[in-house]
Write a protein that binds this ligand. Structure first.
Ligand SMILES: NC(=O)c1ccc[n+]([C@@H]2O[C@H](COP(=O)([O-])OP(=O)(O)OC[C@H]3O[C@@H](n4cnc5c(N)ncnc54)[C@H](O)[C@@H]3O)[C@@H](O)[C@H]2O)c1
Length: 390
């Protein structure tokens, strides 16, 4: 069975889906790797390293898609809303695609994918179970983003993070507030602490308190309670506008008191709630920094400009997209390990064997036999449920 690794085509994307280090594990599972020439170069993995581990190099994208039975990608059509469409004519029935598909994004992109006949799996839909933990690409990318957000903030802030006592006097530590303590937020706390900042965090899920504190962060308690804050998969749920209004009101002083605010409060498939208003930004000290990790989903800060860095009221608001791509070496390494674990579970005896009793298969499978077959995706887009066995 041949796994094809195309070069990522999203503008500025530097990651690659499979790195040379995972090739021996794939080979053990009967999976050969074919890499498009130059696919790993911008992530720090030259063709030679793939070849040394037994991969073949395809001279062209067309050749790669023709030969490969499984396509392993980072941003596929859907999550790659710029150039992903160009791959559609290269996909075919009896081929399997695995990657970020943005399954709760646009129905049209999923229909286009289904029409090619390809069997596609979305890594975003990975169940949050212990067994699937090694395949959880969202967590991997969130880890990278949380780290990078702090590094960018530290680089932009006109202050240093650690407390220093020097002959030239004492420097007080930087203060970092994280709003949304999921995987990215928790990694941001850990990174800010390592750099010597005083870190605090808020999340509407009560379970986050202990996690924040275990990383040495202070948990910001607000006297409001979210209704069913967490869904069955462990994700935060959407709340009503009145709840968000109260949150903004109660967070205002905490935001003003910090040098850096990192927002990472997202709700799957929904626009991110605005938790930092322009009035709250205006209360921050000049030179302060906001990194909005929810920028791609509309942003948690009212003044975020998606994909850009803005300066408003003297506060720098970083709303850049696709931060994981800016740490391509380790983002690719983590993603490749996630995909390897997934593929080794999916391919048995040299064939993709979909087992509907395996929740990892069932929950990530999006298109098969020219149809959108995923129950959660169908429900999200209000498509009629499919008859069992259809
Ligand atoms: N395999 C596993 O068991 C597994 C894997 C990954 C994550 N998790 C856990 O799932 C939880 C969610 O992590 P995630 O990174 O996927 O989250 P996420 O990226 O979906 O969301 C980020 C955070 O924003 C919070 N949020 C959303 N709306 C908010 C609001 N209005 N106000 C404040 N906070 C708000 C959410 O509660 C969440 O913690 C974490 O506790 C994480 O440790 C478990």
């Amino acid at each position: 069975m041949i796994v094809g690794v195309p070069k990522e085509s999203y503008p500025g994307e530097r990651r690659v889906a499979i790195v040379p280090a995972v090739l021996p594990a794939l080979a053990k599972g009967g999976l050969e790797v074919l890499v498009e020439a130059g696919a790993g170069f911008s992530a720090g993995y030259p063709d030679r390293e793939y070849a040394d581990k037994g991969a073949r190099i395809a001279a062209s994208r067309e050749e790669l898609f023709r030969a490969a039975e499984v396509i392993a990608q980072v941003l596929c059509h859907g999550s790659n809303d710029k150039t992903g469409k160009a791959d559609l004519p290269l996909l075919r029935p009896a081929q399997t695609l695995v990657g970020f598909l943005r399954p709760l994004g646009q129905l049209e992109t999923l229909e286009e994918l289904a029409a090619t006949g390809v069997t596609s799996f979305s890594v975003e839909l990975m169940p949050r179970t212990t067994r699937a933990q090694s395949m959880d690409a969202l967590s991997s990318m969130a880890t990278i983003c949380g780290y990078k957000a702090v590094v960018m903030a530290a680089d932009t802030l006109p202050r240093i993070f650690p407390m220093l006592t020097t002959a030239a006097g004492t420097i007080t530590p930087g203060r970092v507030l994280i709003i949304g303590a999921g995987v990215a937020g928790l990694q941001a706390i850990a990174t800010a602490r390592r750099l010597g900042a005083v870190a605090s965090a808020y999340d509407m899920r009560p379970a986050a308190k202990e996690q924040v504190q275990s990383l040495g962060g202070r948990f910001v308690e607000l006297p409001i309670e979210a209704k069913d804050a967490q869904d069955a998969r462990g994700y935060g749920t959407a709340q009503g506008e009145e709840f968000y209004r109260r949150q903004r009101e109660l967070l205002s002083d905490a935001v003003a008191a910090n040098d850096v605010v990192i927002t990472a409060a997202v709700v799957p498939g929904k626009k991110s709630p605005v938790l930092v208003t322009k009035e709250m930004v205006a209360r921050m000290a000049p030179g302060s920094v906001i990194v909005d990790l929810a920028a791609e989903r509309g942003g948690n800060c009212e003044l975020t400009r998606g994909g850009e860095i803005a300066v408003e009221h003297g506060v720098t608001i970083i709303g850049q997209f696709n931060l994981a791509s800016s740490v391509p070496y380790h983002a690719s390494q983590m993603y490749a390990r996630n995909l390897t674990a997934f593929l080794l579970n999916l391919v048995k005896d040299g064939k993709v064997q979909i087992n509907q009793n395996d929740e990892i298969h069932r929950e990530t499978l999006v298109t098969e036999g020219r149809a959108i077959v995923n129950a959660r995706v169908r429900e999200f887009f209000a498509l009629p449920a499919q008859a069992k066995g259809a």
